[in-house]
Design a protein around this ligand. Structure first.
Ligand code: ZN
Length: 406
């Protein structure tokens, strides 16, 4: 496939150029002036796709159920009782619906924490979206009702199958015992799989455990730490480790009243920071484009020099790909062909000289024309070529009615 005549943003640090692009076997094979017939993308911008590094995709089943509650009420009174009722079909359609939303907003892959993992993987496989799938793990005095074993069995079945990757998902240090976290860390190390957990999201978590102890437990595994809102300035340095990725979820953190993570300081101190939306029950949209701008604005509240355009784009693209463990996030020969086509033939993309700034500060996910994953369109001009859209919407509504009625 050859994409022609588009403006091209190769990566977060580059300027925008007019170059053609060739894609072979799911990878980018050539960039430059290509003398072959291809798809004409005049008036459009091609750039690396986004990655959503923290979500619970099936929670689209609960979008809007608890908009004005505290974090505790939201989690313990609203979300957890409904999650007790979820079954395979609900998780399958919830995940499918979320992937439709994400694909239409330029997202090529997501890091998930949930349960009924085979349904999540099956949905992602059918859709053609990348997914790093982890099971939410909790225990009571070491008893986890077989959850960790299920997570491990899933990883053995699915890790590396197509675009699917697996990891472990200890929910949070306050819902897992220290012995259990150590056990998860040991298995993750042996299996060489990442760990995905919520860390220092709410302020009261600071009284429950010491983050240093947690970082120490996961010293030898890749750790995707969602939120990291409550880190104080002098503690941030301890997150700057090659194996740690912070998933910054600004909308969810604001909506649940948890605050604003010190992202500008994190980036300055060399912490790997990527972006996430969290689930649709706390955001309520799965829109990395939106998170990118919000992240930039929140850091500028303290200093307008914070979080420059290129840093914001890098969190959404390159850092997301690194957190997921894939060779993408930039448009370079040899890299995975995960990209988005943006319709820039709109007033808010002028003047064209500052196009890169408009991506962060003027554009929105509504401008996404197409999303490609590993060389295949998963969203194109309002359509979802890999799935039966009507069947998914019908299935979602049917499953949702059962969830609320049961
Ligand atoms: Zn979460």
């Amino acid at each position: 496939m050859v994409l022609k005549n588009a403006f091209l943003l190769k990566d977060a640090d580059s300027g925008i150029q007019k170059l053609d692009l060739k894609i072979e076997n799911g990878k980018i094979s050539e960039i430059g002036k290509i003398e072959e017939d291809g798809i004409d993308l005049s008036g459009k911008l091609v750039m690396p796709a986004f990655y959503n590094t923290h979500t619970h995709a099936a929670m689209s089943m609960m979008r809007g159920i608890s908009d004005d509650d505290t974090f505790d009420v939201w989690l313990f009174k609203k979300v957890l009782p409904l999650e007790e009722k979820l079954d395979e079909e609900m998780v399958y359609y919830g995940t499918m619906l979320s992937m439709m939303e994400m694909a239409s907003k330029g997202i090529a892959g997501f890091i998930d924490m949930y349960f009924f993992l085979d349904e999540v993987a099956k949905a992602a496989e059918e859709f053609g979206m990348r997914a790093l799938i982890t099971r939410g793990l909790v225990d009571e005095n070491g008893d986890d009702n077989g959850r960790l074993q299920k997570n491990l069995d899933f990883a053995k079945r699915w890790n590396g199958k197509g675009l699917i990757k697996a990891g472990f998902g200890p929910h949070a240090p306050y819902s897992c015992s220290m012995g259990y976290l150590r056990k998860i860390a040991d298995i993750a190390k042996v299996e060489n799989l990442p760990v995905h957990l919520h860390l220092y999201e709410a302020e009261w978590e600071r009284d429950e455990y010491d983050f240093r102890e947690i970082l120490d437990v996961f010293k030898y595994v890749k750790l995707i730490a969602a939120h990291a809102v409550q880190f104080k300035e002098d503690e941030i340095r301890e997150l700057a480790r090659e194996n740690i990725f912070v998933s910054h979820n600004p909308s969810s953190n604001l909506k649940l009243g948890n605050g604003v993570a010190r992202v500008a300081e994190m980036i300055e101190k060399g912490v790997n920071v990527a972006l996430g939306t969290d689930g649709a029950a706390s955001n309520n949209s799965l829109d990395i484009w939106h998170e990118m701008r919000l992240a930039a604005l929140l850091q500028k509240m303290r200093n307008p020099a914070n979080l420059k355009v290129s840093q914001a784009i890098k969190m959404a693209t390159e850092m997301g790909a690194k957190a997921m463990g894939i060779n993408a996030g930039k448009i370079e020969a040899g890299m995975e062909a995960d990209l988005i086509v943006v319709n820039i033939d709109k007033p808010h993309y002028l003047p064209i000289e500052d196009l890169k700034s408009h991506i962060v500060h003027a554009g929105s996910s509504g401008d996404v024309f197409a999303t490609m994953v590993a060389g295949k369109w998963i969203y194109h001009d309002g359509k979802f070529p890999t799935i039966d859209e009507r069947e998914v919407l019908k299935g979602f509504k049917r499953a949702h009615t059962r969830l609320m009625g049961s």
